[in-house]
Design a protein around this ligand. Structure first.
Ligand code: COI
Length: 357
């Protein structure tokens, strides 16, 4: 657990939109909180981050991010704790991943101190935007993009660091229908799949849109070489329960190192569950569906938290998962995570970063 202090300059809005928000009906990402963090990279240094009213940024249409894709983001969450404090969940791991993504995209990293002080200042100012309802949280979206205005293909010399926040409820309202993608590729080993860069998401839209036209919710990506091994969903990592073992694809350079994935694996091991991080082939999945040894499939991600899967389609066949019930491993994981993040159970890992307000 970590407690922080902040000297960041704050310019408050005179026109809060808080009263317009229906906290009982939060659509993911629809409402951005009143304030944001902004800092600029110029001549090899970051300016002091400032809290300013959320609003438009003046930019040239020739900024390099728009043309050559230097844009990296993170997705993290803050929760209301039982004692009234606010908790940012695992900011250190998010910061670490943010910087790994930035390095991969040839962009300047964000010092940890700057990251944490910015988060603390922003959440203090917009503390009333942190929802209290069960399953809700303040989604935090740090991003860096190339802001130099120029058309030549080059690594930008200027960047903007921004943090936005948004009160959110559960990302998915019903169990997912997943189509295993056996034609298109999200990324390849050696590519940018492990990084949270904008292009990974843009490139996934077309295959996902085709899958949606066929009645699926998301694509489950497979390896680029053989389309034979499961990677991730793109919006989240994927986990299966096969013969009572929690199985998930082992990390490689094509798979995002999910913070929720990591937390669930640690919690599951501590609960005494058998956990395997390894390659998961479509042949194995098919056999597991035929023999009914696969009992659960779910997505794990910051936005989605734990998202049950109802159907996995591959080789043109819908394979159905049984409905989840109180004994489901995914529900146990979801509850255990929630209990840690809201202070109902002790945080033995030091994952919670408390912002006292
Ligand atoms: C997240 O879970 O934070 C994500 O980044 C998924 C999506 C909202 C882009």
């Amino acid at each position: 657990m970590e407690t922080m202090t902040s000297p960041i300059v704050i310019e408050r809005t005179g026109n809060s939109r808080l009263r317009e928000i229906d906290f009982n009906n939060l659509e993911f990402g629809k409402h951005i909180s009143d304030h944001m963090i902004v800092a600029d990279w110029n001549k090899g240094n970051w300016s002091e981050p400032k809290v300013v009213p959320y609003g438009e940024l003046r930019m040239s249409p020739s900024i390099l991010a728009l043309h050559y894709g230097q844009a990296v983001f993170e997705g993290m969450k803050a929760f209301h704790m039982k004692d009234g404090t606010i908790n940012i969940f695992r900011p250190q791991k998010h910061h670490d991943r943010f910087n790994k993504s930035l390095v991969r995209m040839c962009m300047p990293t964000i010092p940890y101190e700057m990251f944490m002080m910015s988060l603390r200042a922003l959440i203090e100012v917009d503390k009333d935007w942190v929802p209290t309802g069960e399953g809700s949280a303040l989604y935090i979206r740090p991003l860096v993009f190339a802001s130099e205005a120029r058309l030549g293909v080059k690594v930008s010399d200027q960047y903007k660091f921004v943090i936005l926040t948004s009160p959110v409820g559960p990302y998915y309202s019903k169990p997912l229908r997943l189509k295993i993608e056996e034609h298109f590729t999200r990324t390849a080993e050696g590519g940018t799949g492990f990084a949270k860069c904008a292009g990974n998401y843009g490139g996934a839209f077309y295959p996902t849109q085709l899958a949606k036209q066929e009645g699926f919710d998301q694509v489950l990506w497979t390896d680029h070489k053989e389309h034979q091994y499961v990677d991730e969903v793109g919006m989240m990592n994927v986990m299966f329960v096969i013969d009572g073992t929690l199985v998930t694809p082992e990390l490689n350079s094509a798979i995002l190192d999910g913070v929720t994935r990591d937390s669930i694996l640690k919690i599951a091991r501590e609960m005494g569950l058998k956990v395997e991080e390894r390659r998961v082939s479509l042949d194995e999945l098919e056999q597991a569906f035929i023999s009914k040894s696969i009992t659960e499939a779910f997505g794990a991600g910051t936005a989605a938290v734990v998202a049950p899967v109802a159907i996995v389609n591959f080789h043109g066949t819908d394979h159905h998962l049984p409905p989840i019930d109180a004994s489901s491993i995914q529900l146990k994981m979801k509850h255990a995570l929630l209990e840690i993040r809201t202070g109902a159970k002790p945080d033995t890992h030091g994952w919670n970063c408390i912002v006292r307000v």
